[in-house]
Structures are given as structure tokens and as C-alpha cells.
Design a protein around this ligand. Structure first.
Ligand code: EPZ
Length: 420
């Protein structure tokens, strides 16, 4: 199991290119199932999670391959078995995003129920509610979701109101609705930029969608979708992570090809913390030379402050001046990085879903353990701030969502070594 050895050695300087967004690439790769023909996706990041989707599609008989560093070419017309097996789904919950496309295009699907994960139970009841509203028959047996389109094979457009704002649920139903007969209206939809990116990709394939990015999305079903080429948006969470590293350690960093317009809530917090932010085109410069101020946060659905940035901001707060109150409102167990930060000398009290973070002058390197994707990024940032060496174990979590993160940080002057 790989580890990362991080040595705190002062400010970061330089430029880093932001990769394609994991949380846009995953649903977009799944959308290929809707097309009986070739599709090409560019700017797809090289991650364990995109590799898992590639294996999942290939296991269904779909020809899917990375033909260049960041290019995928997929042709779902060779699909033979609309099944997503437990062994793959358990390694990545987002595999459930094949469900909607399979039922819409191939009239049925058998997809393993994605278990929970470290950060929460993460049910998919809204995904299933939406599919049933579209006329699918959904049954659960021996850990699998079995969904079948109505007789005749096509889903029927419907009005669906989600009980909770769900990114994956919105994406699954959005994809399923593109090939339904009639019109679908999705209310209380998630508004994340990655959903807009998925919708733009589906529109490039011939789907008729309006309202993506708002809480009401309207889809007029069509008979077929056609081949298309689409470039995945860049990753706002990766960009935010590097920005937090620059804020925490100090220095001056430029983020190249960042999705500037989808980062307002993140950039506001960095300004509040004392960073100077400059934007020019798709490039963002972050510098922090003065003192780092503690900033309180409450996570909420887009466009509010994202849950996927909570741990990274906490890594800043542990070495900031003052006390921060950080509340996690999306997932029930997304504070596991706290105990690891405490091992580095942080001073944090957690009650329920709120952490009170008292900034300390200096962290001290130690051995810590990654528990989930964004917690791992938090520990890397904390290691960069700590004196001495920090060994981070179980960094397979990190490799799920960050493309060559140690190379990118070394390019900014960090001292990091991967120990295999
Ligand atoms: C997506 O997960 C992201 N993953 C997550 O990023 C992100 O944290 C999350 O959205 C929230 O922004 C991908 O896009 C691949 P949800 P998703 O459905 O779709 C509850 C990362 O670090 N819920 O919006 O699984 C659920 O329990 C990952 O990149 C239901 O109750 O999140 C949670 O409390 C982590 N029933 C809340 O909604 C449902 O049917 C939000 O979940 C679905 C969700």
C-alpha cells in the first residue's frame, strides 16, 4: 500500500495545471451507454475512479478505452450485459450512475446497491424513486437493484420532486429522461456545475434539456442520441485544494485552466482568510503573505460552500490565527480527518457535525492515516505546514480523485516522496 512522505519546507511558488473534473467525468463516461455508437471524451483525468468506470463499461461488453493520455473513446453498441457487479461498485459508489442510462437505452439493468462509505451511509432511495416515476419497475434482491423499463422498453416522462438535493440522483434521472417518451421535469434538482457539464454533453449528443444548473430541469425525450465529442470541465475541487495549500503554507501559486466561474464560494472563503486572489481568463493566482485568519464554514449544496472542500479549509484553520466553527451539513461522518490532524498537534473539538478549530502556531510531523479522498488531501496540506516529516498511509484514497498530486505539488516547490 503506497504512502506519501511529506516534508514541511515553506511557501509554494509556481503554476499548476488543473485536470479534468472527476465528478463531471464519471457521469459523462456513464452517459456513453445512452448512445448506440462511438463517442469521444477529452480532458478525462487519469484517476483510479475513471479506471473503475472503464472496467465497468468493458465488463458490460462496451468497448471503452483511453486512446490518449486524457482521451476516452467509447462505443456502447457492443453492450452485451447490463450488469454492474458488486466487486466494482463497492470500490466506487458512483458506479450507480450506469443505472439510469442502462434502463433508458437497454430497458433493464442489474446494479449492485452501492454500500455506504467512510463519510456516510449514502442511500440511493431518490435515484430509485425517480426511476419508478419514469415508469421503471425497481426491485431489490440479494444486494442488487433490478430495474426494468415498462413493456415496450421505453421510460415515460414524468414530474419528479426530489426529497433531498442529490447530485447523483439528479444525474441518474437526467440521463434516463433523455430517451423517455414525453417530457420530464426534475424539481429540487442539484445545481452543481458538474451537472451542467453533463447536460451540455447530453445536448451535444442530441438531448433536449433546459434548466440545468437551476433547481428545475426540463427534459424533452428523444428517440435516440447520437455520437459526439465532448471536453470535460476542469476540476473546481482540485483547484480549490491547491488554493488551500497555497493559503495554508503561504507563497504565490497560479492555477491554470481552472473553472473560475464555479469557484466563487471557495474563493470568497480564501479572501476572508487573508489571501489575495487574481483572476485572468481561466487562470487564478493565489498569494498569502500576511497572517492567515480562521474562517468559519457551513457546507451546503451548490452554489454554497461545498462539502468536498471542508477538510481542505480545516487544514488551513488548524494553523490560522483565531478560532473557526466548521459545520458539515451534507454527510453524517465527514470529520474523520480531525483525529489525524490532532496527531499533528492541531487543537479541534468536535460535537455532532460541528468542529471548533483553534489555530496553533506550529504543527509537528507525524505518521497519519488517510480515511477518505478529501481527508487525504487535508493531511497533505497539513503535512506541508508541519515541521519535520509526515508519513501519510493508505493514500489509495488520494489516488481516486487527484491526478499525480505529488508531482504537481513538487512542481510548486514542495518536498514529497511516494513510498511504494
Ligand atoms: C456527489 O456525491 C459527489 N460525488 C461527492 O463528491 C459530493 O460530496 C456530493 O455529490 C455532494 O456534493 C460524485 O459526484 C461522484 P448526493 P453523491 O447524492 O451524488 C443524501 C468527492 O469527494 N442522499 O448529492 O453521492 C446523501 O446521503 C465526493 O469527490 C439521499 O438521502 O452525493 C447525502 O447526505 C464525495 N438519498 C446527500 O443526499 C439519495 O438517494 C447528498 O448526496 C441520494 C443522496
Amino acid at each position: 500500500m503506497d504512502k506519501l512522505l511529506v516534508t514541511g519546507n515553506g511557501p509554494l511558488r509556481g503554476a499548476v495545471r488543473i485536470s479534468g473534473a472527476k465528478n463531471a467525468a464519471l457521469p459523462i463516461l456513464c452517459s456513453s451507454i445512452l448512445v448506440k455508437g462511438p463517442v469521444t471524451f477529452n480532458n478525462v483525468p487519469q484517476l483510479n475512479d475513471t479506471r473503475t468506470i472503464e472496467r465497468l463499461l468493458n465488463r458490460m461488453g462496451i468497448t471503452a478505452a483511453r486512446t490518449e493520455t486524457h482521451r476516452f473513446e467509447i462505443d456502447a453498441s457492443t453492450l452485451t450485459s447490463p450488469v454492474a457487479d458488486y466487486d466494482l461498485v463497492k470500490t466506487m459508489r458512483a458506479s450507480v450512475l450506469v443505472l439510469g442510462p442502462l434502463v433508458a437505452r437497454w430497458s433493464e439493468a442489474r446494479v449492485s446497491l452501492p454500500g455506504g462509505c467512510a463519510i456516510g451511509q449514502r442511500p440511493v432511495d431518490q435515484h430509485l424513486k425517480g426511476l419508478e416515476a419514469l415508469g421503471a419497475t425497481v426491485t431489490l434482491d440479494s444486494g442488487y437493484i433490478h430495474a426494468k423499463a415498462p413493456a415496450g422498453g421505453r421510460l415515460k416522462g414524468a414530474r419528479i420532486v426530489f426529497d433531498v438535493v442529490t447530485v447523483g440522483g439528479t444525474e441518474n434521472i437526467l440521463m434516463a429522461a433523455t430517451l423517455a417518451t414525453g417530457t420530464t421535469i426534475i424539481e429540487n434538482a442539484a445545481r452543481e456545475p458538474e451537472i451542467v457539464d453533463l447536460a451540455n454533453c447530453l445536448i451535444a449528443m442530441g438531448a433536449q434539456i433546459s434548466g440545468a444548473g437551476t433547481d428545475t430541469i426540463t427534459v424533452v425525450g428523444v428517440e435516440n442520441l447520437h455520437s459526439a465529442t465532448y471536453r470535460v470541465m476542469s476540476d473546481r475541487i482540485e483547484a480549490g485544494t491547491f488554493a488551500c495549500a497555497a493559503a495554508a503554507v503561504g507563497g504565490e501559486v497560479t492555477l491554470l485552466d481552472a473553472p473560475v466561474t464555479s469557484m466563487e464560494a471557495i474563493l470568497d472563503k480564501l479572501r476572508e482568510a487573508g489571501c489575495t486572489i487574481g483572476v485572468s481568463g481561466q487562470n487564478i493566482s493565489i498569494s498569502r503573505t500576511g497572517s492567515l485568519k480562521a474562517i468559519s464554514t457551513k457546507t451546503a449544496p451548490y452554489p454554497a460552500f461545498p462539502t468536498d472542500m471542508q477538510a481542505q479549509i480545516m487544514a488551513m484553520n488548524v494553523v490560522a490565527e483565531g478560532t473557526a466553527v466548521m459545520t458539515e451539513n451534507i454527510f453524517e461522518n465527514r470529520m474523520m480527518h480531525v483525529s489525524e490532524l490532532t496527531r499533528l498537534g492541531a487543537s479541534i473539538e468536535v460535537t455532532g457535525n460541528t468542529a471548533i478549530v483553534h489555530g496553533v502556531k506550529q504543527l509537528k510531523g507525524a505518521t497519519v492515516m488517510a480515511t477518505d479522498l478529501r481527508a487525504s488531501a487535508c493531511l497533505v496540506i497539513a503535512g506541508l505546514c508541519a515541521s519535520g516529516q509526515t508519513m501519510i498511509d493508505r493514500i489509495y484514497h488520494l489516488d481516486r480523485g487527484y491526478e499525480h498530486i505529488e508531482d504537481k505539488l513538487i512542481g510548486l516547490g514542495a518536498t514529497i516522496e511516494r513510498i511504494s
